[in-house]
Write a new protein. Structure first.
Length: 110
């Protein structure tokens, strides 16, 4: 109240709750399994690279030319995804895993 009385300005933003700690842990476990088991176009990708692939696919992200003849995906950080978006991301990862014979071994998959 004192801040309002002093004329301070505030901003209120209402948005869906972001991902949970449990969702984040599960996502990284799944990314690690995919990274260990899938060769993608002749390459093994890191879990971080797979995160980019899956999140870009989920969000139907755009690709633009980079500064040095490369390409850059205009993406969204998973830390800013809602609980629902993270759920959708893990469903996408599960479907991909089923198509590529990924065996998820974390206790929650057994």
């Amino acid at each position: 109240k004192p801040h309002l009385m002093a004329g301070s300005q505030f901003s209120l933003q209402i948005k869906p709750k972001t991902r949970s700690t449990e969702q984040n842990s599960r996502m990284w476990a799944m990314l690690t399994e995919v990274s260990n088991q899938v060769e993608w176009y002749g390459r093994k990708l890191t879990p971080e690279a797979w995160k980019c692939v899956f999140s870009a696919s989920l969000k139907k992200q755009d690709v633009v030319p980079g500064l040095h003849g490369d390409f850059v995906v205009i993406g969204q950080s998973t830390s800013q995804m809602s609980v629902r978006e993270m759920s959708d991301l893990m469903e996408l990862m599960s479907a991909f895993g089923a198509e590529h014979n990924v065996r998820f071994t974390a206790p929650e998959y057994a």
